[in-house]
Design a protein around this ligand. Structure first.
Ligand code: SAM
Length: 249
């Protein structure tokens, strides 16, 4: 592959501090920069992301990924060594790789149905010597019925994968009772909320909160939806591959 140099990510310490009351360590900043460079390099062969400008990469990938879990930055006691995350439909590695960098004692499964993307991410993670991730090729519907994965995660994250109730059907079977699914969305409407509440109830969860905010550089509208699993998910969920998308709950 041709080596192409990626520009420097902007220095955003003041913005991290102001918006999340947190800053990455110098080592984490180096990893963010190296991750950016490797993604740009792999993007020559494979469409891992359309976001390749440094400011946009910082805002839409790094900041946005961590904004969704910012409650874990301030309440560290919610994490213990071995806390298990799964990023469902990770694509170019977001939000999962950003999390793996800042929570090195946690385990982050990076799930995507596209083998080429997971192969590229595996190489990137090896180059960065990030060893707390489990890249996994597969469909969320299949993993949710896999005995080793079902009801085994503390947190499930989904960004830009499927409509809300479909995302809930992918995520809730994979969570332990007490676990949290985080759905990263753009705009959000009361109609979508009613549909999601009904789907989540069938899956053993509740919609705990909706957090609306704007991104710090372009003031883009975002919502994060937090779903809490309150009882085991009925065996029939997730339904067979493709069915959640075709017939959303
Ligand atoms: N989460 C990343 C982000 O926000 O930048 C990537 C989003 S990309 C638009 C959606 C990804 O979800 C694709 O890489 C696709 O292969 C994956 N995907 C869609 N449905 C899936 C499923 N049922 N199981 C696993 N991966 C899925």
């Amino acid at each position: 592959m041709n080596q192409i140099s990626a520009p420097q990510l902007p220095d955003m310490n003041a913005v991290w501090q102001e918006t999340l009351n947190w800053q990455p360590t110098p080592e984490q900043q180096v990893l963010f920069q190296q991750l950016f460079e490797l993604i740009i390099q792999f993007n020559q062969q494979l469409n891992l992301t359309r976001i390749t400008e440094p400011q946009e990469f910082w805002e839409k990938h790094l900041w946005d990924s961590l904004r969704g879990i910012s409650f874990l930055l301030s309440e560290k006691n919610l994490l213990s060594p071995g806390t298990k995350f799964i990023d469902i439909g990770t694509g170019g590695g977001f939000p999962g790789i950003a999390l793996a960098i800042i929570f090195p004692e946690s385990s982050v499964t990076l799930l995507d149905s596209t083998r080429k993307k997971i192969t590229a991410l595996t190489t990137i993670l090896e180059e960065l010597k990030i060893n707390n991730t489990i890249p996994w090729v597969g469909r969320a519907e299949a993993l949710g019925q896999h005995p080793k994965h079902r009801e085994s995660y503390d947190f499930a994250l989904l960004r830009a994968v499927a409509p809300p109730s479909v995302s809930a059907e992918y995520a809730l079977p994979l969570l332990k009772v007490g676990g949290t699914a985080i759905l990263y969305r753009g705009h959000w409407t009361p109609e979508e909320e009613q549909q999601l509440i009904s789907a989540v109830k069938q899956l053993g969860g509740v919609l705990e909160s909706v957090d609306g905010f704007t991104t710090p550089l372009t003031q883009s509208i975002r919502h994060c939806l937090y779903l809490k699993k309150v009882r085991p998910t009925a065996k029939q969920y997730p339904r067979a591959i493709g069915i959640p998308g075709q017939k959303p709950l």
